[in-house]
Design a protein. Structure first.
Ligand code: GMT
Length: 379
């Protein structure tokens, strides 16, 4: 098949999923075109059947904001015209779904089929802004197939938008490369961040308010009341300044390693004891799946799609409030045998339910069904 992905190039989960999917489809013999404003962070390695097409959004003195939505649509149309793509797969509905639909309209009869994957805040937050909502709804209705990364997100989509035919939203969960994210002897790396007697916690995100990273710092602060612990804070984003100030205020600044954006987090995860994800909303929590694949138990909030990924009491601990999260981390750090058991269970779940070789074929069969014009039933 000839497939074009539209996705964000940054560290956000939707861009990571789009890039990893593109790479896997190329390895499996498809011709894949990645349409984005920049080369995605995880597209560092050469892949023979994978090509990058930059979106250029020119400015003009009349524009306060250059019209990115139109530039993506035109680029997708151009790629279809030059490469004859079968499937145009938009990741993150705002604004990629409507850009893809526009490109299909430009192509006319014989144009590509449009698949839209919903990732989270494109439905739960940004997509519901009155300035975007009608175009998101239209994008969903006009896509030939729609997928969501969890059942929770599917239900939220149906509650918030009139997609006309609910059966068209199929759940295809996110996936992980379990050969890259795996438990490993990470003693040397770990020794750079913590003494043997200290616990090492980790959080990875794009540091936006929805991730509640201030709770991550408060968890570290709470845990340090009973045992010495340090934190790897991986990622960058709008909350960074506030977090540094909070770490100072709590007196834990020297216990936090602010690592900024990192393209290779697998080793850092494997070196850590517990992964923290106290988000206010989370449709899936890809970073927690990567931690699980690395054999690290997760302490997270019981919201959105997280319970579909992290099994409470088996592969991690889910909690509804900050105090319970602090307790949960303390429990895991106090009982090394339980922590290791959970880490092994987490790895098993990642391998047996979320490995890329299990999930990528689901997209392939969705593409085939969409091209055959079949109604795509809910998963
Ligand atoms: O909202 C974000 O955190 C960014 C967003 C994205 O599109 O980059 O992440 C969402 O998509 C990820 C990949 O499918 C999911 O793992 C995240 O749970 C989801 N984030 C939220 O729902 C907050």
């Amino acid at each position: 098949m000839n497939i074009a992905m539209i996705g964000y190039p940054t560290y956000g989960g939707s861009g990571v999923v789009a890039t990893e999917l593109a790479k896997q489809l190329a390895v499996r013999g498809h011709d894949v075109h990645f349409i984005s404003s920049e080369v995605p962070v995880r597209l560092s390695r050469f892949e023979e059947r994978l090509r990058f097409h930059p979106v250029d959004t020119p400015s003009y003195y009349l524009f306060k904001h250059p019209p990115y939505t139109l530039a993506v649509a035109s680029k997708a149309f151009e790629v279809w015209k030059n490469e004859g793509i079968d499937i145009l797969h938009a990741h993150y509905a705002v604004p990629h779904a409507i850009s893809a639909v526009l490109a299909r309209m430009m192509a006319g009869a014989g144009g590509p089929r449009v698949v839209t994957t919903l990732h989270g805040t494109d439905i739960t937050l940004v997509g519901q802004e009155p300035s975007f909502r009608p175009t998101v709804e239209l994008g969903l209705r006009c896509s030939d197939a729609v997928t969501s990364v969890s059942s929770a997100l599917r239900a939220q989509t149906l509650a918030a938008f009139d997609v006309r035919d609910p059966g068209r939203i199929r759940v295809i969960p996110n996936f992980v490369d379990t050969t890259v994210f795996r438990p490993g002897a990470a003693h040397e790396l770990r020794a750079r961040f913590a003494d043997p007697a200290e616990a090492l916690l980790i959080h990875v995100s794009n540091l936006r308010p929805v991730k509640r990273v201030d709770w991550v710092l408060r968890i570290l602060h709470g845990v340090n009341r009973t045992r010495p612990a340090r934190l790897l804070l991986v990622g960058d984003g709008p909350e960074m300044g506030r977090l540094i100030a909070l770490a100072d205020e709590l007196g834990i600044r020297e216990r936090v390693h602010f690592l900024g954006s990192q393209s290779d987090v697998a080793g850092l995860l494997a070196a850590s004891d517990v992964f923290l994800l106290p988000s206010a909303q989370e449709s899936f929590g890809l970073a927690s799946l990567e931690a699980m694949a690395a054999g690290v138990p997760v302490v997270a909030s019981r919201v959105g799609g997280i319970p579909e990924v992290v099994e409470d009491g088996t592969t991690g601990i889910l909690a509804d409030d900050l105090e319970r999260m602090i307790e949960a981390v303390q429990e895991l750090l106090a009982d090394g045998a339980r922590r290791c058991r959970m880490g092994r269970a987490a790895r098993r779940v990642a391998v047996h339910r979320f490995a890329q070789e299990l999930i990528v074929p689901m997209y392939e069969s969705l593409y085939e069904a969409t091209m055959a014009g079949e109604t795509v039933a809910a998963g």
